[in-house]
Design a protein around this ligand. Sequence first.
Ligand code: SR1
Ligand code: MG
Length: 403
Amino acid sequence: MKDYFLMKEPDVIEYAQKLNYFNSDADLVCNEIGDGNLNYVFRVCDKKSNKSLIIKQAGPEARISDEMKISLDRNRIESEILQYENELAPGLVPIVYKFDQIMNCCVMEDLSDHVIMRKALIEHQQFPLFVDHITTFMCNTLLLSSDVVLGHKKKKELVKNYTNPDLCEITEDLVYTEPFYDCARNDLSESTRKFAKSELWGDEKVLLETAKMKFEFMNNAQSLIHGDLHTGSIFVKPDSTKVIDPEFAFYGPAGYDVGNVVANLIFAYENAEATIDAKNQKVDYKSWLEKTIIQTVDIFSKKFLKLWNEKATERVAKYKGYDQHYLGSLIHDTAAVAGCELNRRIIGLAHVKDITIIADPQKRAAAEKVCISIGKRFILERQGFSKGKDFMDVIKSCEAKFI
Ligand code: SR1
Ligand code: MG
């Protein structure tokens, strides 16, 4: 195509026919399957051969709100980052076949044999290999892209190439700012609004910590982070995990990714609490999630130190104790970011299905209060976190207050 336009399904079929991917006699069908907040995702399949692929196109406005104008460059960032992540963490992201700079679309591997993790967690499925896969993904992408391992000039080149102002602005507003005052764009029930007001908006200690964290997000170019690593950005099946959607990627604090994974596992935990009636089933599923939350932190930490030992190139990073210091502060950031994510998905513009599908209004209100309370304590007490159990202790003590 010569000029950019937002494609519809028939346009995508025409586009796919020219890709040299399908046979010349292919009988193509196309469906728009995206349910994210920003982009259009088309699945194209040849009915004869069953070959398929995904074409993801960025539009000039967010799907969630046409008042949000967002740079189309996000599609270049996403395509390039997926390829870089595949070098750092092979097999844990979809393969990119092509990036089209005119149409701002990315052609990539179809992962239809996987399911979106959030959906699977809401259906109370377990994925015993998830922790191993996601901790490898986070360790490799976060440490290998950092000054600890990469030459500093190469790293600064990447900082330049992946400066992502529009998408960072969304996070700066939606994660670090709007949930912490009575912002018109927030989206919450009256009872949760009252709770947020008393627990967060009037608490100067909380506000001060969120200011520190927002400036940390804007100024700490530590690692090439995914930037939106929630369970809607992860495809799973029992033996495989694939991380998708790195359009929010930029050089930021490494704990941002780990904190997002932890917070979104907590949403699944609170969904299980509210929606599973059978006692044994509830205990079993919450125990698996508890183990998953603890191990996400602890196995990440173990692999991170091992990888540091094997790969660090920066002379001063090898001084005794610096690895532990660096990891310690990354885990403090993880707690604080998880705290913000827990609050913003309840109070702010973009909610999560784990909580919104809780049909019983009282149970949903309780789950929302638990998430806000956990988030507040993660933010205020982050310096005391070092192990997965520290996260679980706060989760359990907040649950005991409201459930
Ligand atoms: C306007 S975009 C809202 C949210 O969806 C994305 O997945 C990010 O999490 C963003 O904050
Ligand atoms: Mg996304």
